[in-house]
Design a protein around this ligand. Structure first.
Ligand SMILES: [Fe+2]
Length: 279
């Protein structure tokens, strides 16, 4: 592998791999090893203006692990790439509003995504950045007393909790429909990874804490997200066309920043399959 220059994106999160080309993505196998190490260590990897096409993105992502297949979401050209846009022609656009709230992808699925990848094809004139905050850092910043108290805490995650961010006073019918569509899941608050590192499992899907007064639990979950996402802990990526960003979904919260939904902002997304949230 050619020597690659890397640059930290801020104190807590992220590293840029400077000057990598789309050709290297396809042909330099040792690059994937370096990226996996960087994702574990820094959470976010940026290839600025790499201009990778869908096939180069998919070829590279396959070296990082098995990919999710989006063939059930036509009309994408490549089954391992999904379009993120608010275009009326995008069948998943209606579900993207919840991306504006801090979350981890896949907590309502069997397996939370391991690594997520976005390439910017069209960017917004104003806004539309993506923000990242480390949930490993969030755990490490707890007091010793909190670490002990949270050891066996279990949290219910639900689609209803996500939707309540957008609909403050839902009807009984709405709630019933949400819960029928996506059943809730229980996860530990503290995720012990196979590496032995620990992170917090938080975000918009988190509804309440098992065995605790619902409102009290919600207040605690909100406080933990607020503490994890203070400005000094967040990397905000301002997109340029051609940027590719990969993130360790299992150790980060992320969210999209506001932009005019009539703008043709378009991202191409791939997902490396993960595993169950650890105990
Ligand atoms: Fe997301």
């Amino acid at each position: 592998m050619e020597t690659i220059t890397t640059k930290k994106l801020n104190d807590k999160v992220g590293v840029e791999f400077v000057g990598v080309t789309a050709d290297q993505l396809r042909n330099d196998d040792s690059l994937a090893v370096a990226v996996l190490d960087a994702l574990e260590e820094r959470g976010v990897v940026l290839f600025r203006k790499i201009d990778a096409d869908d096939q180069s993105q998919v070829d590279f992502c396959r070296k990082l692990g098995p990919l999710n297949n989006f063939k059930d979401h036509p009309p994408y050209e490549t089954e391992e790439v999904m379009e993120i846009s608010f275009s009326p022609s995008n069948p998943t656009a209606a579900y993207l509003k919840s991306n504006d709230f801090w979350h981890t992808d896949g907590l309502l699925d069997d397996h939370a995504a391991k690594t997520a990848v976005l390439s910017a094809r069209v960017v917004a004139d104003k806004g539309g950045e993506t923000e990242f905050a480390s949930t490993y850092e969030a755990y490490d910043a707890l007091t010793d007393d909190e670490k002990e108290r949270f050891e066996n805490v279990r949290v219910i995650h639900s689609f209803e909790a996500v939707q309540r961010h957008s609909y403050e006073n839902p009807t009984a019918e709405q709630i019933e429909e949400w819960n029928a569509r996506r059943p809730g899941r229980e996860h530990p608050l503290v995720w012990t990874h196979s590496t032995g590192r620990r992170s917090l499992v938080l975000g918009a899907t988190a509804s309440h804490i098992v065995g605790m007064d619902v409102e009290e639990g919600r207040a605690l979950l909100k406080e933990l997200v607020d503490r994890a996402t203070t400005p000094d802990r967040v990397y905000r990526h301002t997109w340029a066309v051609g940027d590719m960003v990969l993130w360790d979904n299992s150790g980060l919260l992320h969210r999209a920043c506001e932009f005019d939904r009539k703008e043709p902002r378009r991202m191409h997304r791939s997902t490396i399959t993960g595993s169950s949230v650890g105990q």
